[in-house]
Design a protein around this ligand. Structure first.
Ligand SMILES: [Zn+2]
Length: 312
């Protein structure tokens, strides 16, 4: 990363709001109406649109926009061998956890061609001169929809193989120029496991990865709402110092907009030194309408500008 950053750098958590035409194109893809070149063009155009939105808002460190990811992580399982797709337990009514696709492990899991994030990053790198953060799902996140099977007797053994997949993806990202990687992990309340295991899995996933590492501890953004009723970092704070990352990306704003951004920044500055604080929206935006996402980015950048002026 060579460009200098201002005080209180602004960034995004990951995904940008999907343009309406991307949803239409996905329907066409599902119906088998697009060829490989059509899909590539779709990916390029959607990524360019996401980058332009972030650049126009004035975000200092942009993401790839994650335009071709399917339901946050579900698309990644296409690249993972040794699993089979199970039917979602519920298909009618409002989407929730039980409408997500579960998978059963049938043999040793591996991702010999990676998860596809390298391609996503390379494309965004070509399309913007801005500093760019790569976002990678963490091993605990990838574990969530997997049912044990295929010789795995416990979740730890399965987790170890997922750690290997995430570590390989991070190293492949560094090999194509990524110098800032964020690992996305769900809030502890979303799965069973002790807080200490979390840092172990994450630390192994980023071992030997020569980049600035951030970890996003996510409450989830399911159609604009958190996954879990528990929106509390009390069980996370005690473990943060064990995580090998120089940045922890947390969600405090509760989807506040406009002046809320400035007030949240002021509240945080009572506890964090200004040179240690980066500003992000609450969570990724793929389930947020694009026009709302753009307003949130504008509010974030404006809030940062006002507070920087106060600090100067
Ligand atoms: Zn999140």
């Amino acid at each position: 990363m060579t460009q200098a950053l201002p005080k209180l750098p602004t960034s995004v958590v990951g995904s940008h709001g999907l343009p309406g035409w991307v949803w239409l194109a996905r329907e066409a893809m599902g119906a088998g109406r697009l060829g490989a070149i059509d899909v590539r063009e779709l990916m390029e155009d959607a990524t360019q649109a996401a980058l332009l939105d972030m650049e126009r808002a004035g975000v200092d460190v942009v993401s790839t926009g994650e335009m071709m990811r399917v339901r946050f992580i579900i698309g990644f399982y296409d690249g993972i061998q040794g699993i089979k797709t199970l039917p979602a337990p519920r298909r009618l009514g409002q989407p929730l956890w039980d409408t997500n696709t579960p998978f059963e492990v049938t043999e040793k899991v591996a991702a010999p061609r990676g998860l596809g994030i390298v391609e996503e990053f390379k494309l965004a790198r070509e399309l913007t001169g801005k500093r760019l953060k790569a976002t990678v799902p963490g091993p605990y996140t990838l574990l969530v929809p997997l049912k044990l099977g295929g010789g795995y007797r416990d979740k730890d053994t399965l987790l170890a193989d997922l750690v290997r997949i995430v570590n390989a993806e991070c190293k492949a990202l560094v090999a194509v120029g990524a110098d800032f990687i964020q690992i996305d992990e769900p809030h502890h309340g979303m799965y069973h496991g002790s807080a200490h295991d979390v840092s172990k899995g994450i630390n192994r996933a980023v071992e030997g990865v020569d980049a600035k590492i951030a970890v996003h501890v996510c409450f989830g953004n399911l159609y604009g709402r958190p996954f879990s009723a528990v929106r509390d970092y009390a069980n996370v704070f005690s473990t943060l110092h064990e995580i090998d990352a120089s940045q922890i990306v947390l969600e405090f704003a509760n989807r506040g907009m406009d002046d809320a951004a400035r007030w949240s920044i002021r509240a945080l500055l009572r506890h964090v030194a200004p040179d240690k604080l980066w500003l992000n929206p609450d969570c990724g935006f793929w389930e947020t309408p694009r026009w709302v996402a753009k307003q949130k980015l504008n509010a974030l950048v404006e809030g940062a500008r006002l507070v920087r002026k106060e600090l100067a």
